[in-house]
Design a protein around this ligand. Structure first.
Ligand code: THU
Length: 148
C-alpha cells in the first residue's frame, strides 16, 4: 500500500479506515468497508459496515462512523475529513445514501478521501460527490407551502 502523492495525515486516516474495515460484520456480501472520520478536535470515529439477515437494515461504514460520532456528542460541521476504504478495483465510491448523510452532517468543502487496498486513492469534497443535494435548507419553505 503506497498512497503515493497523498498527504501523510490523509494516509494515516486511510490506514485507520483499514483498521475499521477489519471489524466489518459482513456475513452476506463478504465485502468489508471501513471508514475513519476525523473530528475538529483531532479524534477519530471508526465505522465499518454492519449487515443484517433482512438485508435492508445493513449500515454502511460511512454512516456507522457518522452516527457513532453524533452519538458521542459531535454536532454537524464538527468534522475535518473522512476516509473510506474497501477492496475495490479503483478507490471505493461511497453509496448514495451515505453521500446524503455526509451532506447533512459535514461542511460542503470537507474532504472525502477514498482508497482501496492496492494503494490507490482519490479525493473529493462532500458537495462535489452529491451535486444538487436535498439539504436542510431545502425544507425552509415548508410552512408557506403547506398553508397554501
Ligand atoms: N458498503 C459500505 O459500507 N460503504 C459503501 O460506500 C459501499 C457499500 C457496504 C454495504 C454492504 O454491507 C456492502 O458494502 C456491499 O454493498
Amino acid at each position: 500500500m503506497t498512497y503515493e502523492g497523498l498527504s501523510e495525515s490523509y494516509i494515516k486516516l486511510l490506514l485507520k479506515a483499514k483498521e475499521a474495515m477489519e471489524r466489518a460484520y459482513v456475513p452476506y456480501s463478504h465485502f468489508q468497508v471501513g471508514a475513519a472520520l476525523l473530528d475538529e478536535e483531532g479524534h477519530i470515529h471508526f465505522g465499518c459496515n454492519v449487515e443484517n439477515a433482512a438485508y435492508g437494515p445493513t449500515n454502511c461504514a460511512e454512516r456507522t462512523a457518522l452516527f457513532r460520532a453524533v452519538a458521542d456528542g459531535k454536532r454537524p460541521g464538527q468534522f475535518q475529513a473522512i476516509a473510506v476504504i474497501g477492496d475495490t478495483e479503483g478507490p471505493i465510491a461511497p453509496c448514495g445514501i451515505c453521500r446524503q448523510v455526509l451532506v447533512e452532517l459535514c461542511m460542503p468543502d470537507m474532504p472525502v478521501i477514498m482508497g482501496n487496498l492496492k494503494g490507490q486513492w482519490s479525493i473529493s469534497t462532500v458537495s462535489d460527490i452529491l451535486p444538487g443535494a436535498f439539504t436542510p435548507a431545502s425544507l425552509d419553505n415548508r410552512e408557506r407551502k403547506t398553508n397554501e
